[in-house]
Write a new protein. Structure first.
Lengths: 311, 447
């Protein structure tokens, strides 16, 4: 991530300056509103591409001042080591405080149970809510985008959560003009989604335009993988092939970066950001459909997680 | 590389265009939105597969099967189970000309609340009419809300044209009704299009079954209408609500040289209308104080020095004079801001189940300023069938009315009719923090 004057890394004809400028302006406005109106904001930061872009927008919103809030990561214990390294380097470079909520510690203490299917994404909700409560955060920025999922399409930019962190989609505040109402009572908090209106392709075009660095696993690399549920899963400490699942070395990249236990890779030769922009523009699958086992559980998997207080 | 891949890359150019849809129950709005997304090739294979599976499960299209495109837009479990749309949903798609944000507003539950929400940020609203039914009471209400919110463009999609045998006469009659109602409401840019969302006529593809219709398809029209930001770029309408003061002393971003920023101070905000240039004189209006005039000496965009900023850019302004400027202040083109006033005359779209009663104490959020306010009186309620104001003592959920409020500090109140952004405000419940109403200022608009 860099804040030096912008440079063009995108190939000719790939710029969407009008659209990206408008989205950037909207996101910066939202981030500034939340910081101005809340006492203890924090930003979720996983090292994934959406949160990297969101953090870049925050750095721009307050330049030349430092980002005036800490970042929070809920670590499932099954994260990609490359991504955790990237997370730590970014936090260091921007001079931020990082607060980590650990799913592993909850499991070790017996407060959370490993699921039969091995995915730990739904387990993040409890550590997230506890971290919010322990730090008395009244606003938490998340990198959710409305194009990701049908339930997210109904999410507000400022989303009120009750003391149990729950989202009530049938009882949301109307959001009018660019006037955001962040009022809340004791115990409630607000989730703020400044990149709600960005699509996956917007994110990648912005990464290309701004020359933003990402964890290396977003780009094509050789990896030992096996096929499961129609997805390529990495062979690693937390994801081992079952009998009959054949391991091979393929050139893959990750379209989303979540828990290793439920995130699949896609076959790809896209080694640079421009290659990725072309690939995403030509993709015939949504990013979650292509790469997330946890969203295949049911039609309403994301809705159910969100109602319980998920990101 | 195949042609299809090249087709999908092209959305790289163009501008952002926001539009909302509004329709009555069973007008086929979800199907129209699904058709638009499908024919604009904004639906990806896994989404289509899921729709195909559910359509088959429910026996959609009978023995021949078919895609129930309405399923593409139903996001929540209850919506899919009940076959209704509950809340505003946002959709994203792009063509070679434009990137679109669609606010899909449900028709029946709390339709005013949802339509007001979707219309508040829209460059255009698409209102659906069932060709078999013509203009309904609810259509008139939708058009009334659109007129009140000053949405720049209205498109009336006359849907289910296949079910009236593609009749030119039926369309002509509805089009005449639309023109008459639009005229009464002062909607100057209302256009009707005959469409069938189910079959796909004139949504994205031009229909051979309506040879009598020479106008654009729905998508062609949406691709060519001007966006609101493009229409309002002059210097006199420059408006900039101050969000934050940026003073990095002691908390400078890493890597920046401290000596260069020792005395740095700027005012962060978004240009909500108009244009500002370095060297321009501007007026700073602090609530309750005399206006002050100064000069813009710098425009910062995260390390880039700009000469000019236009709506909707988020920037930071540096000013020549070191007087106190804070959140809640409004910066505008010199001499262009109205004299601050404490008496607020406004149209209110009442969005809460709690009625509005005279004497209520509320909060008014205007730009970045939030002040206390007392509701002095309700002057009237808009009869959405006659569009005339009838006397009323209170406003209920989904009512649109006229009220007088007394503010605890005077604000620069501009008529919404002239300034869509700085003429708008929220009414907030000071107890539970809920949003009670969307407000539109009438001060200075002859009211």
């Amino acid at each position: 991530m860099t804040l030096t004057p912008l440079h063009d890394t995108a190939a000719p004809g790939l710029q969407a300056s009008g659209v990206l400028d408008t989205l950037e302006a909207e996101s910066i406005h939202i981030i500034r509103e939340v910081v101005a109106e809340f006492e203890r904001p924090a930003m979720l930061f996983s090292g994934g591409k959406d949160s990297v872009v969101m953090l870049q927008l925050a750095a721009k919103a307050f330049w030349p001042a430092r980002i005036p809030f800490p970042v929070v990561h809920v670590d499932t214990g099954h994260n990609f080591p490359e991504v955790l390294d990237f997370r730590d380097q970014t936090v260091e470079r921007l001079g931020l405080k990082l607060i980590v909520g650990s799913v592993q510690e909850y499991i070790d203490r017996g407060e959370l149970q490993e699921r039969a299917d091995g995915t730990r994404n739904p387990l993040q909700t409890t550590p997230l809510l506890d971290t919010i409560a322990a730090n008395r955060f009244d606003a938490v920025f998340g990198g959710g985008r409305r194009d990701e999922d049908k339930a997210r399409a109904k999410e507000r930019i400022l989303s009120l959560r009750d003391e149990f962190g729950q989202w009530d989609p049938r009882n949301q505040r109307p959001e009018l003009w660019n006037l955001y109402n962040g009022r809340h009572t004791v115990g409630q908090h607000v989730r703020a989604f400044p990149i709600s209106n960005w699509t996956e392709l917007d994110i990648w075009r912005y990464i290309a335009r701004e020359g933003i660095e990402l964890p290396s696993i977003y780009y094509a690399h050789a990896r030992q993988v096996f096929r499961r549920d129609g997805m390529w899963r990495a062979v690693g400490e937390f994801s081992q092939p079952d009998r009959g699942e054949e391991v091979s070395v393929r050139t893959v990249r990750y379209r989303t970066v979540g828990d290793m236990s439920c995130t699949g890779a896609v076959l790809s030769e896209a080694r640079t950001v421009d290659d990725v922009v072309l690939e995403v523009a030509a993709s015939t699958l949504t990013e979650r459909g292509a790469t997330r086992a946890d969203d295949r559980i049911s039609e309403a998997a994301m809705e159910d997680r969100k109602k319980d207080g998920y990101f | 590389m195949t042609t299809e891949i090249l087709d999908r890359q092209r959305p790289a150019t163009g501008t952002l265009f926001r539009f909302a849809t509004a329709g009555s129950v069973d007008d086929g709005k979800s199907t129209l939105v699904g058709r638009l997304l499908h024919d604009a090739k904004a639906i990806l294979a896994d989404q289509l597969e899921s729709v195909a599976r559910t359509s088959l499960d429910r026996g959609f299209g009978g023995a021949e099967g078919g895609l129930d495109l309405a399923l593409l837009t139903d996001g929540l479990r209850a919506e899919r189970e009940q076959g209704i749309t509950i809340d505003v949903a946002y959709r994203y798609f792009a063509t070679d000309r434009r990137t679109f944000i669609l606010a899909d507003c449900p028709g029946h539950v709390q339709y005013t609340r949802n339509t007001v929400t979707g219309a508040s940020t829209a460059d255009a609203v698409v209102v659906l009419v069932d060709a078999r039914k013509g203009l309904l009471e609810q259509t008139r209400r939708h058009l009334g809300v659109v007129a009140l919110l000053r949405v720049p463009h209205v498109v009336v999609a006359v849907n289910k044209i296949d079910l009236v045998g593609y009749s030119e006469d039926v369309f002509a009659q509805i089009d005449a009704d639309v023109r008459r109602v639009a005229g009464e409401l002062g909607l100057h840019h209302a256009v009707s299009i005959p469409v069938s969302a189910l079959v796909g006529d004139n949504v994205v593809e031009r229909s051979v079954r309506t040879p009598w219709y020479a106008g654009p398809t729905l998508l062609e029209l949406l691709e060519t209408l001007p966006a609101a930001d493009q229409e309002d770029d002059d210097a006199a309408s420059f408006r900039f609500p101050v969000q934050l003061v940026l003073r990095p002393q002691g908390a400078l971003a890493p890597g920046l040289p401290a000596e260069s920023f020792r005395d740095y101070r700027s005012y962060a905000g978004q240009v909500v209308s108009g244009t500002v240039r370095v060297g321009d004189d501007v007026t700073v209006q602090t609530p309750g104080q005399e206006p002050r005039t100064t000069t813009v000496v710098g425009i910062d965009a995260a390390g880039r020095d700009l000469d000019t900023a236009v709506a909707p850019q988020s920037v930071a302004l540096r000013l020549a004079d070191e007087f106190d400027v804070a959140r809640g202040d409004l910066i505008g083109a010199a001499g262009s801001l109205p004299v601050p006033a404490s008496n607020l005359s406004a149209s209110l779209c009442w969005l809460s189940p709690k009625p509005l009663l005279p004497g209520a104490k509320v909060l008014v959020k205007h730009g970045t300023a939030t002040v206390r306010a007392l509701v002095q009186s309700v002057k009237g309620r808009l009869d959405l069938d006659s569009f005339e104001e009838a006397p009323a003592g209170t406003l209920q959920l989904n009512d649109i009315g006229h009220a007088l409020l007394r503010l605890s500090a005077p604000l620069p109140l501009e008529p919404y009719a002239v300034h869509r952004r700085t003429g708008a405000f929220l009414v907030i419940d000071p107890q539970d923090g809920g949003t009670l109403a969307a407000g539109m200022i009438r001060n200075g608009a002859g009211q």
